[in-house]
Design a protein around this ligand. Structure first.
Ligand code: XMP
Length: 515
């Protein structure tokens, strides 16, 4: 296979490493993240068209500050330094970086030189996102200043001949109004990329590669109904058809009608060529969860039981050659293989790998993709939109949206309330603006009055958040009229609910889920 163009993000511990890579990919150029500690030789072997330095938390002049091999500047591949990355480049090449008298933070008017390759087509005065304590007080020899602000004499510098560019602001953040154009300029005008990263060709080449790799081997996939495992399954089905068996464990903790939808799409009535096994394990999970109130214990029980059910099914199938995993690129970066900032999210994995499934190798067809790319790949594969655009849903399912003990009755209540909430959010056209929304069942019971009768029933809590990375989130501003409609529908249509609450808390201090 012909090598695809690659731009490398060298991560100095900034918070936007993945965002930079996503923006570059939006420009149709493939991009990978590596820690600044990665040996330059390894980077060279990737044969990148360009390198982008991220921001970082330290000051370049401190001892032990994150730094890279300065040979990177002379090796002939263009470099764009962002924020800390820009300061590092100046520091290493003989410029001066100092603590600023005042921190520059927020949207800032930047005056750019439109003659610069980086700023082609950008307005002379443009709003950029700044967030820095240190500043470049003097550009390195051979560098020309290509942008400044009222507070910051060097907002961008460049040595065009050597292909070295540095910007103090963050072009990857959408608050920088023309940031995408700048990144586009860097990868096309400076690095000379042609833009060969496209989901249609990715899908096609991956299917071919899977076919070559698997040959006539047998493949097993655990299907959860979520976006990642669905896209991975369809890709495998297109590659090897009936050599693939998908096992769907219905733990009875999915949203309303979701299990039926999965069976419709992947089962014998569906459009795909594969062996589909649906295991109705609802009662097994309900029995295990009976009386359990502690959130982490619920997670553990569900994770373990899931693996046990899956293993039992796998045993019936016998030895297989490959096990499919729906790993995606953020999982790779966050597990510490890719970037610098290691985020531990072990509790988010349903339960690890099964111990007793007889397989030789794991295949991870989505390992290189960001979530929005997985969705795009799903569309290319013709997977129904409602499945492809599904919002994130936790592995332990509704069990962590029912505070306290889980019973089939409570599951039905939360499913019904959640379906109403989702329906009304979609009707109001808010589903694209809000990143995650659901109904939870609190374990609070309170007094109400309905039709002259006293009630003593449950409260449903509605949650809706906006977020880009799910690490921090804000409570979404939902119009009162929508909340009103949902409230009256829920109390009228869902038995044993007499109160509806809206959660106004952000993350932090709360989390997105209730448990
Ligand atoms: P929190 O509640 O930690 O959630 O703010 C952040 C994101 O992760 C999802 N989440 C989970 N996903 N297993 C999962 O697969 C879990 O145990 C789990 N807990 C939270 C949550 O839905 C949100 O998108």
């Amino acid at each position: 296979m012909q090598q695809r163009e690659t731009v490398i993000v060298l991560d100095f511990g900034g918070q936007y490493n993945q965002l930079i890579a996503r923006r570059v990919r939006e420009c149709n150029v493939y991009c990978e993240i590596y820690s600044y500690k990665t040996d330059l030789q390894v980077i060279k072997e990737k044969n990148p068209k360009g390198i982008i330095f991220t921001g970082g938390p330290n000051s370049v002049y401190l001892e032990n500050a994150a730094a890279c091999d300065p040979e990177i500047y002379t090796w002939g591949v263009p470099v764009l330094g962002i924020c800390y990355g820009s300061q590092l480049m100046m520091h290493q090449l003989g410029g001066k970086v100092e603590r600023a008298p005042e921190r520059e933070y927020g949207k800032t008017l930047v005056h750019v030189n439109p003659e610069s390759k980086l700023f082609q087509g950008v307005n002379k005065d443009t709003i950029c996102w700044m967030s820095h304590n240190d500043y470049i007080s003097q550009a390195a020899p051979g560098f020309a200043i290509s942008a400044y602000t009222d507070n910051c004499p060097v907002a961008a510098v460049e040595n065009a001949e050597k292909g070295l560019y540095a910007v103090q602001f963050h072009p990857e953040v959408l608050h920088t109004q023309e940031g995408t154009k700048m990144l586009h300029n860097f990868v096309y005008n400076v690095c000379g990329c042609i833009g060969d990263w496209r989901m249609d060709s990715f899908v096609e080449t991956t299917i071919q590669a899977l076919r070559n790799k698997i040959g006539d081997g047998k493949v097993l996939c655990a299907l959860s109904g979520g976006v990642d495992s669905s896209v991975a399954a369809v890709m495998l089905s297109k590659a090897v058809g009936k050599q693939l068996t998908c096992v769907f464990v219905d733990h009875g903790l999915l949203r309303k009608n979701e299990a039926e939808e999965v069976c419709q799409v992947f089962g014998p009535e569906g459009n795909y060529e594969l062996n589909f096994v649906c295991v109705n394990a609802r009662q097994r999970f309900y029995d295990k969860l009976a009386g359990v109130t502690e959130p982490e214990k619920k997670r553990k029980i569900i994770g373990e039981e899931f693996i046990r059910v899956f293993e039992e099914e796998a045993k019936k199938i016998g030895a297989v050659d490959y096990l499919v995993q729906g790993t995606i690129y953020p999982d790779v970066v966050e597990s510490g293989v890719g970037g610098e900032s290691t985020v531990i999210k072990s509790h988010h994995n349903v339960g690890g790998l099964p111990d007793y499934v007889d397989f030789k190798e794991i295949v991870e067809p989505l390992r290189d993709l960001f979530k929005d790319e997985v969705r795009q790949a799903g569309r290319e594969l013709g997977i129904p939109e409602y499945l492809v655009s599904r919002q994130p849903f936790p592995g332990p399912g509704l069990a962590i949206r029912i505070i306290g003990d889980v019973t089939p009755e409570k599951i039905a209540m939360v499913q019904d309330a959640d379906a109403i909430w989702r329906e009304e959010i979609a009707k109001a056209g808010l589903d694209k603006q809000v990143n995650q929304y659901y109904a939870a069942l609190t374990n609070m019971r309170s007094v109400g009055v309905m039709g002259d009768e006293r009630t003593y029933d449950y409260a449903i809590a509605l949650r809706a958040v906006t977020t880009t990375d799910f690490m921090t989130a804000e409570s979404a501003e939902i119009p009162w009229s929508v909340l009103g409609t949902v409230t009256s529908r829920i109390v009228n249509e869902v038995k044993h609910v007499n109160r509806v609450l809206y959660d106004c808390t952000g993350k932090p201090p709360a989390t997105i889920e209730f448990e």
